[in-house]
Design a protein around this ligand. Structure first.
Ligand code: MN
Ligand code: MN
Length: 322
């Protein structure tokens, strides 16, 4: 390791900056104060920022998501008591920084994201993407070389066809992914959808694309355990990609986003559900639509940072399982 910042070391694994030696608010904001990718000889899991929001249909600003999530992740500590797992000890996690993508051409940006993710996946087994708007899920799904079961947390379906004639937007990634054969149509779900649609055809068309739906109003009846069970039954041991649009959370839990809808999940419900993914075969994940200009006191940034932490914890717990 090149720098002299004191870090938590476990065997060959280089962990976060030691916050008993360097206060949490000091120094560079990588995700969870983890090493940069150039500071490690190999990485099992990589955090990748994609500051891109040219695909949004309402409030812009998710291009500032990656830096906001990183800045909001300084308080994450290395041991997850709920899963009883040291998150950064058995797997090398590193922060690959941001992809520099073209804000003026969506086509160009999508190609660059796919290329960048493919290059990373030649040297790591898992990329956790920090968006950016939901457009970035499409090139990430291309890069993981599906078909994969997608577990999609979102207030919205994101399987619309076009918007103002545009095929590639933050409302269309899963329609395009289905058309490109990237989805295992026997294993996909939307979780947390709610709010008004254009017509009832939105839902029937969506079913044809391979999605089961756990709408937000059903979460009350199912509870977290029931929801986790429904997801596990649907996904089984298929390779699974988790896509978390932060607007799946209620605006009270995540105000800093572009297309808020009332009546969403609590952060406690979402985090507990993600914790149950230790039993799944995860191959990739993203956290998108964090738009800090509408955030207050880092509420949304902290929620997103914890979403990332629980996903990394699920990977660590699966690795530690007998
Ligand atoms: Mn959404
Ligand atoms: Mn979305």
């Amino acid at each position: 390791m090149a720098d002299s910042v004191p870090r938590i070391i476990t065997g060959d694994t280089i962990g976060p900056v030691d916050s008993t030696a360097v206060p949490r608010y000091a120094g560079e904001a990588t995700f969870a104060r983890l090493p940069r990718i150039d500071e490690v000889s190999q990485a099992d899991v990589v955090i990748l920022g994609v500051p891109f929001d040219s695909g949004v249909s309402y409030r812009p600003g998710a291009r500032f998501g990656p830096s906001h999530i990183r800045e909001s992740s300084r308080l994450l500590r290395p041991y997850n008591p709920a899963l009883q797992v040291p998150v950064f000890a058995s797997q090398q996690v590193a922060d690959a920084g941001d992809l520099a993508v073209n804000p003026f051409s969506i086509d160009d940006a999508i190609s660059a994201i796919e290329r960048g993710a493919r290059a990373l996946l030649e040297r790591t087994r898992f990329v956790l993407t920090l968006g950016g708007d939901h457009t970035v899920a499409l090139p990430m799904l291309r890069a993981v070389r599906g078909p994969v079961a997608v577990i999609h947390f979102d207030a919205h379906l994101d399987t619309w066809d076009t918007y103002f004639g545009a095929a590639y937007t933050h409302g269309t990634p899963f329609r395009r992914a289905a058309e490109e054969g990237l989805l295992d149509r026997t294993g996909c779900l939307h979780v947390g959808t709610r709010g008004p649609l254009y017509t009832d055809a939105d839902l029937s068309q969506d079913v044809e694309l391979g999605f089961q739906v756990i709408p937000a109003p059903e979460v009350d009846q199912l509870g977290v355990t029931g929801m986790a069970e429904r997801i596990a039954q649907r996904v089984g041991d298929r390779p699974a990609y988790v896509s978390v649009d932060i607007d799946v959370l209620d605006p009270a839990h995540a105000p800093g986003t572009g297309t808020p809808e009332a009546g969403g999940l609590t952060s406690r419900e979402l985090l507990a559900t993600l914790r149950s993914f230790a039993r799944l075969n995860l191959v990739g994940a993203d956290i998108v639509e964090v738009a800090p200009a509408y955030d207050y006191a880092q509420i949304t940034g902290i929620a997103a940072a914890h979403v990332g932490y629980e996903l990394l914890s699920a990977l660590a717990a699966r690795k530690a399982a007998p």
